[in-house]
Structure formats: C-alpha cells, structure tokens
Design a protein around this ligand. Structure first.
Ligand code: BYC
Length: 330
C-alpha cells in the first residue's frame, strides 16, 4: 500500500525492456565488473531486476515461513532463558523478512504482490522449512545447521552488486551469527548431558543434515540461474562451492560435539583439503520444492490463515493512512 510510486517505476522498467541496447547492456556490465553498486534508481536490464525480485522475495518468504518450525517450540522450551532466546531469534527472522521485502520493493514490486505470489504457491521459499521439528534438539540443529548454512550463503550476499540487498544482508548476517551460536550452544548442552539427551542431539543431526545441504540449491550443473547471477555478481560463489565450504567447517564442529555426521562415505581428502561426501538425494529436494515435502501443506495453510487473521490490521492501517492524508491535505 505504500508502494504505488514504486509500482509505476516497475512499469517503466518493463516498458524500457524493448529499448535495451547493446551499449546500455555493456555499460551496465562494465559497472558490475568495476564493483560499483547498482542502486534503485539506476538503469538496469529488466532481467537483472527480475532475477533480484525473484531471489530477494523468495529469501524474504523463507524468513517468514522459517518462523513456523521454531515457533512450534516457543511454549515448550526447557527453561525461561531458552524461551527468551528462542523468542528473540524468531522475532529476528520476522525482521529479516521485513528488511528483505523492503529491499525488493526498491525494484518496483509491491509487497502485496510478493505476498500474493507466496500465498498462491507461485513463489518458492527455502526447502528446509518443510521438515518437522520433533524434539527440543531440533532447535539446536536448526540454529547450528540451518542458520550455519544460511550464513555461509549470505555473507557473500553482503557484497552483492545490488546496493539495497547487500546493505540489508549486513545486519541479517550479524543476527544469523548469533542464531548459529545459540543453536550450537543447545547442541553442546545436550551433548554434555545424559545419554538420552545426546541421543536426541544425534537424532536431530541425522534428520537435518541432508536437508541443510539441500539449502544451497541444486548442483552447479543443474542450477539454471547461477551462471548469469554470478556474471552480475548477485551470487559470488556457486551452489556447490558454498555447500563444500559448509561441509568443511561443520564436520569439524560435529566432531567437537562428539556427534556422527550421517554419511558413511564422508572422508577427508588430504589432496584437496576438503571432505568428500555421498550424493545428495536430489529426488527428495525436487519433491520438496514442488510442494510435496513432509510439511509444505501445513506451512502454507498456517501462513494463509495468519494472513487472513491479519486482514483487520491491514484495513486499520489503510484507514489510518487515509485519515492522516486527509488531515494533511486540509
Ligand atoms: N529451496 O538456479 P538455482 C534463513 C530453486 S532463510 C527452494 O540454483 P538460484 C532462515 C531456485 O529458486 C534461507 N528452492 O537458483 C530463516 C530456482 O527456482 P526458481 C533462505 C530452491 O536462485 C528462518 C531453482 O531451484 N536463503 O536463513 O541461483 C530461520 C534452481 O536453482 C532452493 C536465501 O533465500 C532451496 N533450497 O540459487 C532460520 C538466500 N535452492 O526461482 C534461517 C538467497 C534452489 O527459478 N538465495 N531453489 O523457480 C540464494 O542465495 C539463491 O536463491 C539460492 C538458489 C542459492 C537459494
């Protein structure tokens, strides 16, 4: 509702597409190659704008849907301290969603249309949030592994060529770093506890390991957007490069916890300095992103209901804005 002006900018950009000349495209690429930041009002190819809207809005949706698996444990956290920490983390995720929707709005798309795309199932959100959170240890595994994978993917986004996205990512990454540590701290506490608690931590690692690796997206050979996104410096590393970096640091953290990574083929390769790992079950990944994961339906039903329940808040905000505008005009 605050973005009518930006919608016009979006229309203008669409109309501009037919006029994109080789000179304009070359000048744009030269700015990217010179590491200049592209800002909201700068000329940009329509495909660059669309790629950013797709990625940033899907990132925002992931933050918002991502509140659900952890929200599930807010009332069952084992102590007041753990509850306060988890509550703060879930609130941070809402904030990330809001910064990211704002960053996408600078590209001329309204928040209403992005939300409509999520609710209709047209827009994706991260596969990882379609898995259930069955025990308290899952809060540890999510912070440690999911936020850990998120940081690995998102630190390079602080250097993304699009200024508003890059700047939003700086604060997000600082908060994700706190999230990762709180998750590791839960795992450390469980692993230092009773045999039962340690088994709970191992079970959470078993269930979240492979889905966390899938967060980085398909193999480079099957990543439809990577080549162009890397040429535009939206992405700085490929999906496989980031996945490998994540595995290399996380296996050592699992060793420190005394947990076993659920991959029989995992081994350190001295020559390359990297851990080698088994093939990911890509069928599972593609099923989940097609809407057929264990919790896709539950997540979307809950989000749609929350949106409907919030209708009166949006109506009140619109009425208040109208009243203020009328007062200002009088
Ligand atoms: N899940 O060509 P590719 C968080 C899609 S939130 C679902 O490699 P791209 C947190 C991809 O969209 C973490 N879909 O794509 C929150 C594309 O489909 P479309 C979210 C996936 O964009 C709460 C197709 O597969 N992070 O941290 O170059 C609590 C082909 O893929 C996934 C971000 O969103 C997936 N995992 O690369 C705790 C980071 N992977 O769009 C934590 C920003 C791929 O053509 N996004 N797809 O229909 C990115 O960095 C990139 O978009 C990706 C994918 C690396 C995810």
């Amino acid at each position: 509702m605050y973005t009518q002006g930006l919608d016009q900018a979006g229309k203008a950009a669409t109309e501009q597409r037919a006029e994109e000349t080789p000179e304009q495209l070359a000048a744009f690429q030269a700015r990217i190659d010179a590491e200049e930041k592209i800002e909201a009002k700068d000329w940009m190819p329509e495909a660059y704008r669309r790629t950013l809207i797709r990625q940033i809005s899907q990132h925002a949706h992931s933050e918002i849907i991502g509140m659900q698996p952890e929200g599930n444990w807010l009332t069952r956290a084992p102590s007041l301290k753990r509850k306060a920490i988890l509550l703060a983390k879930v609130q941070d995720e809402a904030g990330h969603g809001l910064y990211l929707y704002s960053a996408a709005e600078t590209l001329g798309v309204s928040r209403d249309s992005m939300v409509a795309d999520l609710l209709s199932g047209k827009a994706k959100y991260s596969s990882i949030f379609n898995y259930p959170t069955l025990t308290w240890a899952d809060m540890g595994a999510i912070g440690w592994l999911v936020d850990g994978a998120a940081i690995m993917n998102q630190i390079p986004l602080c250097r993304c060529s699009y200024g508003p996205y890059a700047r939003a990512m700086v604060r997000i990454c600082k908060e994700e770093s706190f999230h990762q540590r709180q998750g590791f701290d839960i795992m450390l506490t469980l692993c230092g506890g009773s045999d039962e608690q340690k088994a709970m931590a191992q079970d959470a690692l078993n269930r979240f390991w492979w889905p966390s690796l899938m967060m980085f997206g398909p193999n480079d050979a099957n990543s439809s957007h990577s080549a162009q996104s890397m040429a535009w410096k939206i992405k700085r590393f490929s999906n496989d490069e980031l996945r490998q970096k994540f595995i290399d640091v996380t296996v050592q953290q699992a060793d420190f916890l005394g947990l076993e990574v659920p991959d029989d083929a995992l081994q350190f390769d001295e020559a390359s300095g990297h851990y080698r790992f088994s093939e990911i079950d890509w069928q599972e990944f593609f099923d989940v992103i097609a809407g057929n994961g264990p919790c896709n339906k539950q997540r979307m039903d809950k989000r749609r209901k929350a949106h409907e329940d919030g209708a009166w808040v949006r109506a009140a905000a619109r009425a208040y804005a109208k009243k203020r505008a009328a007062k200002a005009a009088a």
